[in-house]
Design a protein around this ligand. Sequence first.
Ligand code: PHE
Length: 445
Amino acid sequence: MSVSDKREQWGSRVGFILAAAGSAVGLGNIWRFPYLVGMNGGAAFVVVYVILAVTVGLTVMLAEFCIGRASQKGSVGAFKALAQNKFWRVFGWLGLLIGGFVILSYYGVIAGWTVKYMAGSLTGLMGRAASGGGADYLGAFLADSKSVVAYQVTAMALTVAIVAGGVGKGIEKSCKYLMPGLFIVLLILIARSLTLPGAEAGLAFYLKPDFSKLSGKVVIDALGQGFFSLSLGMGIMITYGSYISKGEKLPKCAAFVFVLDTMAAFLAGLAIFPALFAMGMEPSQGVGLTFVTLPGVFAQMPAGAFFSFLFFLLLFLAAMTSMMSLLEVAVTFFIDEFKMGRVKAALAAGTAITILGIPSACSLSGRLNVFGMSFFDFMDYISNNIMMPINAIGICIFAGWAWTESLQKEITNSGLIQFRMQPLWVMAVKVLAPMAIAVILASGA
Ligand code: PHE
C-alpha cells in the first residue's frame, strides 16, 4: 500500500468545504473583524479588507491547497516532499510554529471567554449588561487570571478530545452541523440589531467609507486580518488540502470557503454596529467589543438570556472548529514526522500549546506587557501582522517560481479540468501577491 492510499480523506466535498470553512470561520470573523473595523474607522477598513482578501487571500489559499494535495503532507512534510532546495523547508516550519503554536496559544484564551459567557448568560450577565455594566463584567473577569486560565484549559481540553477522534469522524462531522447553526443565529441577531431605534448611524459607520480614515495601519491590519480569517500563511490550508481527493476542483473549493468566511465576517459586523450605535457605545474599544456590546443587545431582547447563551455557544463552537484546525497542524506534524499515534500526538501538542497560552491569559489583567502592549496583543500582532505575511510571501514564491509546473498541473488535476483564471492566478502567485504583501509590510515597519 502506498502512503497516499493509507492517508485519511474527507468523506465528501461538502464535508471538506465545511471543515475548511469551519477553520476559516471563527473568532476571527465574529470577534476580531468587528473590533478591527471599530478601531480602524469603519467602512474604509471593510473596503480595504475585501480588496486584499480577494486579490491576496484567495490567491494564497489556492496555492496552499495545491501544495497540500500534491504532497499529501502537512506544512512541514509538504516542503520536504516537494522542494529540492532545503531552504524552502523554512516556510513549512514557520507555518507549524505560527499556526500550530503561537496562534492557538492565545486563541484558546478567547475561546475560554466564550465558555465563561455562555455560563454568564444564564447567571447574571444580562442584569449587569442591562444597566450598562457589561464592560465592568468583562473587566472583573479578566482581572481574575486564574479563572481566565481555567476556562482556557477547558476549551483546549475539548479541542484535544475531538482532534484525537480523527479527521473524518471528529473534525468533519462536527463542522457539518455547527456551521449552518452559526449562520442562523447571526441572521436572528441582525434582525434584532437593525430594528433598534438609532441603528442607522451604525450602518453608516459600517458601510459608508470615509477614506480620510485610511492609513498604513489600516492597511496592515486589514492584510493581517485577511490571513488570520482565511487561516492562511501557516500551513492549515496545506494540511487540509492534503486530505482533498484528487478528483476535486480546487478553485471551486477555495471559492466556497472564501465566500462563507467573508459572509460570516460581514454579517457579524451587521449584527454589531447598528446595535452599538443604537446604544450610544464607542466602536473603538478593541478586543472587548463583542463581549461588551452584544450582551447589551441581548439584555434588551425578550428571552435575552436564552439568545445570549445561544450566541456564545455558537461562538464557542465556531472557535472550536478553528481550534481543531490549528491543533491539527501540530498533530499532523507529530504523526507524519515521528510516527506518533493520533491520540498521543493530540495530547502532547495540546498540553504544550495550553502552557504557552498561559502568559497571554494572564496578561489580560494588565500585568504582563511587552513592547507597550499586553503579551496577548503581542502574540496576536507578531503572528498575524508579521509572521503570517512573511510566510505567505515564501509560499507564493515557492509555488510560483520554484514549483510552477507542478502547481499548474495540480490546479488542473493534471489537465483533466480547466481553470479559466489560471494565467491571471499564476501571475498573482508569482508577482502580485508577494509584492503587495512585501510593500504593505515594509510600509508598516
Ligand atoms: N480563521 C480562524 C478565525 O477566523 C482563525 C484561525 C487562524 C484558524 C489561523 C486557523 C488558522 O477565527
